[in-house]
Design a protein around this ligand. Structure first.
Ligand SMILES: Nc1ncnc2c1ncn2[C@@H]1O[C@H](COP(=O)(O)OP(=O)(O)OP(=O)(O)O)[C@@H](O)[C@H]1O
Ligand SMILES: [Mg+2]
Length: 389
């Protein structure tokens, strides 16, 4: 199957070593250290997490809770908690023998809610914890600090009661930093999660991030909230072998080695771009994919499809940022002094923009003062665009 959505099950290919390694650790009740998985957009983080969730759900005593923070940017803490509670309850529905969907519980009047939960035969303590979390919005004032504690404590309680282990699979975890600031006293959400989580015996965290700088900032420094709390993994693009496997499995056309080489060299094995080109090739009129067919598809990609893919990315940049990126892409320059010279800007000024672009995950600072594109296809696209101010 070709698509741009995350894949699991039979559509999920390769990554055997990563999956086996992580699964072994997650299933072992003796291991409490989690995983932080980073990789650029489109490498397959969501697919990996969802495949882990699928495989863990087959285990007797494991409750995988997948939750994505992707759509959070404009969301409040309350909204996050509400959606997270629903995800937790839905993931543990069968183990808790809840006969009602979490969303229905949210809407039930208190007396009915209490009755529904009594039917589930869970302890008073767990029932009260659930009631508190599904009804917090009905209160006039909410203690946000306490709310975060309660929501992260819930899986631990569920795990205890069902004699299982809860695995949180939090996709794009670092986006939690973008939650709208709360009116109350400020607290650092990552430090709070860390301090709640470290008391837990039965919960493990697996988190991902597309933003290397953001994940570094919560894991690397000795005073970072998740210092030494995770095994750090960097998910790589597909190898040549995996690329071949993906195309042979999904293309249902013959594709020769020269065409595969073209595609691999262009995409660098990025699963997203591989899928995208695969879809184009499948729709192409020719029965076989030769080097020329592949080259044509790449050209078409750069001149037409790229627009659709990169429009959003470009929208999130200021005019100055775009100019700097265009300059870097067109002239192949990487340092503030080179860029400054061409654009006639001061180096200090350029450096400031490069730092912002690094923060946004568009550029990576490889060594002191050298900046490269995180996504080389974006760079190629920009290079042939002309100036996109
Ligand atoms: N193991 C895999 N086998 C086959 N296709 C894959 C695999 N992993 C990812 N893909 C494909 O790559 C694309 C991106 O996958 P996915 O959404 O999982 O990546 P991501 O790193 O979460 O991306 P984003 O940063 O945009 O959230 C999808 O089209 C998906 O089908
Ligand atoms: Mg994703």
């Amino acid at each position: 199957m070709w698509g741009l959505l995350p894949v699991t099950g039979k559509d999920f290919i390769n990554r055997t070593a990563e999956i086996d390694d992580i699964l072994r650790a997650l299933k072992d009740p003796g291991i409490r250290i989690g995983y932080a998985i980073s990789a650029p957009v489109g490498t397959g983080k969501t697919s990996l997490l969802q495949e882990l969730a699928r495989r863990l759900a087959l285990e007797q005593r494991v409750i995988p809770i997948y939750f994505s923070l992707q759509s959070l940017s404009d969301v409040t803490l309350e909204n996050f908690v509400k959606r997270f509670v629903i995800a937790i309850l839905q993931a543990s529905e069968s183990k808790l023998k809840l006969r009602h969907d979490a969303k229905d519980l949210m809407e039930s009047p208190l007396t009915i809610l209490d009755k529904l939960l009594r039917d589930a035969r869970i302890s008073d303590e767990l029932r009260e914890a659930i009631i508190l979390l599904v009804t917090f919005e009905r209160e006039k004032r909410v203690d946000k600090h306490g709310l975060v504690e309660a929501v992260f404590d819930l899986p631990e309680k569920i795990a205890k009661e069902t004699d299982s282990r809860c695995v949180f699979l939090l996709d794009e975890f670092t986006l939690l930093a973008d939650l709208k600031p709360t009116d109350e006293r400020l607290f650092d959400i990552f430090s709070l999660i860390r301090s709640v989580h470290e008391k837990h015996q039965r919960c493990v965290l697996v988190v991902t991030s597309s933003n290397q700088k953001a994940i570094d900032s919560i894991t690397l420094a000795s005073d970072a909230p998740f210092y030494h709390q995770f095994m750090l993994k960097h998910l790589k693009n597909f190898s040549r072998e995996a690329t071949k496997q993906l195309y042979e499995k999904n293309l249902d056309k013959r594709i020769n080695d020269a065409a595969l080489k073209e595609i691999f060299d262009f995409t660098q094995g990025s699963p997203f771009y591989l899928q995208f080109l695969g879809r184009m090739l499948k729709g192409a009129a020719t029965p076989n994919v030769t080097e020329d067919v592949a080259k044509n598809a790449i050209e078409e990609f750069l001149h037409q499809e790229g627009e659709m893919i990169f429009r959003e990315k470009v929208k999130q940049l200021s005019a100055k940022e775009r100019l700097i990126l265009s300059c870097m892409a067109q002239h192949g320059v990487k340092t503030p002094s080179e860029i400054g010279k061409i654009m006639n800007y001061s180096q200090t000024n350029v450096r400031r923009f490069l730092a912002i672009l690094e923060e946004k995950g568009v550029l990576v600072n490889t060594s002191r003062g050298v900046f490269v594109f995180e996504d080389l296809i974006f760079k190629r696209w920009l290079a042939q665009q002309g100036v996109v101010a």
